[in-house]
Ligand binder design. Structure first.
Ligand code: ZN
Length: 91
């Protein structure tokens, strides 16, 4: 057996043990949560609310930005003032 084989085997064993440890911890966690529930403790739901734009949020079809729609899009205004907008910055 080469050292490479040993390393691969050791890695596989490590992964197996790691998985087993994780499973055991998760089982324990479940037990603890059940016990906490029995004691009247309600775990705080860790829902990840702040993950990007919400599903219901409308996205502008003009500029693809959230928070407004194509009717209220700032790009509409930009078109009204052709030339006058953002000229002083260039010079
Ligand atoms: Zn827009």
């Amino acid at each position: 057996m080469t050292i490479i084989d040993e390393a691969i085997k050791a890695k596989a064993e490590y992964e197996q043990k790691k998985d087993a440890a994780i499973k055991e911890l998760l089982n324990r966690q479940r037990e603890i949560e059940a016990q906490l529930k029995n004691l009247g403790y309600h775990a705080v739901a860790t829902k990840t609310k702040d993950q990007g734009p919400a599903k219901g949020q409308r996205i502008c079809s003009k500029c693809k930005k959230a928070g407004h729609n194509s009717r209220t899009c700032p790009e509409n205004k930009a078109k009204d003032h052709k030339g006058k907008v953002s000229r002083n910055a260039a010079a």
